[in-house]
Design a protein around this ligand. Structure first.
Ligand SMILES: Cc1cc2nc3c(=O)[nH]c(=O)nc-3n(C[C@H](O)[C@H](O)[C@H](O)COP(=O)(O)OP(=O)(O)OC[C@H]3O[C@@H](n4cnc5c(N)ncnc54)[C@H](O)[C@@H]3O)c2cc1C
Ligand SMILES: *[C@@H]1O[C@H](CO)[C@@H](O)[C@H](O)[C@H]1NC(C)=O
Ligand SMILES: *[C@@H]1O[C@H](CO)[C@@H](O)[C@H](O)[C@H]1NC(C)=O
Ligand SMILES: *[C@@H]1O[C@H](CO)[C@@H](O)[C@H](O)[C@H]1NC(C)=O
Length: 451
């Protein structure tokens, strides 16, 4: 890294809010670029990730490779070879999309793994960087200035007094409930609240261990496979795949939201009732019923799936939003965490382009962050819309539209497209081939000049 002893861009005080996928990815990307002063603030007392699975598509593996953490992730993950899309009611296969050549096509594999594997690898990567300091149990409670220098108010669990931190650039990956988003939109657009898009959908998340599946040979063979299975039905579906070296079968559903519809907007998860879960999927085949029946009573966890309408801006002054804070998505395309990590890598790329004599120039800093928004917002908005569209198509009820969809599934992507956008070769090409960091490097000058 080209460092000089006088102040240059690498001396900028970078503050990151949130140590989720987006925050960890952002901090590591800045450190790898050569930034020397990175502070990460996180409300939680440790990483404590819930035991859920996650898909890691090739576009994010490309970024993780550059961050030096791909090998650690790959060692524990499952390399997906195929997707099987099945009629929920009969277990009949609608489409079998082979994905044996993902690595050859895109240079990186499509993996499924444990959320803790991805987050843990990013965190271990961060711990090796002396430029990154973590402040756990510490919440951002207010932003009193967005420019020229962001001024942040924090509350730590360890001390009674709130304290103030000044940054040069604030990057907030504070998740779907992002307090930064509210403060930023109030400051920039006098908006008192952001518009939530009602998805009408909720999700159960389930993990079953090999020992629980043992009585059912058909489920064991799914656990031993390298296949992602999607069972689709009217207004609901189930997606499942092996994680943890084929020892855990990870199951996640989407179905109409009845439990949260009446709840306050602050409610995101709840303990679900097992009998209710079984009744949601009562029209599904015996194999699915057997599988859901294995979930222990009292361990049913239901999530409300929430997204927002596209924001009027992601940037104000020297502050930018990252990840779910600015583009929360339905999970049907499996790109939420990937987009958050890519955001951080793109930010590090563009911010590093600020010339040394402009690091204190407000206009240059804001324009640079705006270039990030120009690079990412059209792409992320398209993916969020595709995920919503995919959900709609997967959840069709009986009728013409469903017959047409099932016909398209049966063509097995021979036309280069299947209705489940996650498994569709044309969409995979658009998303997986995307090298967001390279694009940022190539287009920075043109986009900066356009502002
Ligand atoms: C059912 C479901 C399935 C999914 N499956 C996938 C998948 O297969 N693949 C995929 O790529 N994505 C998936 N996602 C999406 C993915 O989980 C998110 O998109 C991703 O975690 C977003 O990362 P983030 O860093 O933006 O936010 P988060 O991971 O939510 O992190 C935000 C962090 O900020 C902290 N924070 C919040 N407020 C403050 C504050 N005031 N001060 C300090 N810290 C604060 C929080 O404690 C948290 O740690 C799924 C999501 C759902 C709901
Ligand atoms: C498993 O699969 C989904 C869909 O890909 C994933 O996002 C979710 O976090 C996982 N749920 C559990 C309980 O493992
Ligand atoms: C947050 O900061 C703004 C700007 O300084 C101030 O007007 C507001 O009262 C603060 N809010 C809280 C809760 O302290
Ligand atoms: C902000 O919005 C409030 C309420 O919508 C309005 O009363 C106020 O005049 C607005 N302020 C500015 C600066 O536009």
């Amino acid at each position: 890294m080209p460092h000089s002893t006088t102040a240059d861009v690498y001396d900028l005080r970078i503050v990151v809010i949130g140590a989720g996928m987006g925050g960890l990815g952002t901090a590591l990307a800045f450190a790898k670029k050569g930034f020397k002063n990175i502070n990460v603030y996180e409300t939680a007392s440790n990483l404590g990730f819930v035991g859920a699975g996650i898909q890691m598509p090739p576009n994010v593996m490309r970024v993780l490779g550059r961050l030096g953490v791909a090998a650690e992730i790959e060692a524990e993950a499952t390399n997906v070879q195929a997707t099987s899309i099945r009629q929920g009611s009969t277990n009949e296969e609608l489409a079998h999309v082979a994905m044996p050549d993902i690595r050859e096509k895109y240079g990186f594999p499509h993996l499924t793994g444990h959320r803790s594997n991805l987050a843990g690898s990013l965190y271990n990567g961060c711990l090796k960087e002396p430029s990154i300091k973590f402040h756990f149990s510490t919440s951002l409670v207010n932003i009193t200035s967005f420019s020229p220098k962001p001024t942040l108010v924090f509350k730590s669990r360890d001390q009674p007094q709130e304290f103030t931190v000044e940054a040069d650039i604030l990057l907030s990956a504070d998740g779907i409930k992002s307090p930064t988003r509210s403060l930023l939109l109030r400051a920039s657009h006098n908006l008192t609240q952001t518009e939530e898009e009602d998805t009408g959908q909720a999700a159960y998340r389930i993990m079953l261990h090999r020992s629980q599946l043992a009585p059912f040979p058909e489920l064991i063979s799914l656990l031993d496979s390298d296949t992602v299975v999607r069972w689709v039905g009217e207004r609901r579906h189930i997606i499942a795949y092996p994680v943890s070296n084929h020892n855990i079968y990870n199951i996640s559903t989407a179905h109409p939201d009845t439990n949260f519809a009446s709840a306050t907007s602050a409610t995101y998860t709840t303990k679900g009732s097992k009998s209710q879960m079984l009744s949601v999927f009562e029209t599904f085949c015996p194999l699915v019923q057997d599988m859901l029946n294995l979930v222990p009573d009292g361990e049913v966890c239901e999530w409300k799936l929430r997204i927002h309408k596209p924001l009027p801006t992601w940037v104000h002054g020297s502050v930018a939003l990252v990840g779910d804070a600015c583009h929360a998505t339905l999970p049907h395309l499996s790109q939420g965490a990937a987009m958050a990590i890519e955001d951080g890598a793109v930010l590090a790329e563009v911010v590093s382009k600020i010339p040394a004599d402009k690091i204190n120039d407000q206009e240059t800093v804001t324009k640079t962050l705006k270039v990030y928004e120009l690079l990412r917002k059209p792409h992320c908005t398209a993916l969020v819309d595709l995920a919503t569209h995919s959900g709609r198509v997967l959840h069709l009820g009986e009728g013409k539209a469903k017959e047409e969809r099932d016909k398209q599934f049966k063509e097995n992507g021979k036309s280069g497209s299947v209705p489940d956008k996650w498994a569709s070769p044309d969409v995979q090409k658009m998303i997986y081939a995307n090298d967001c960091v390279k694009e940022a490097g190539e287009r920075f000058g043109e986009l900066f000049a356009s502002l």
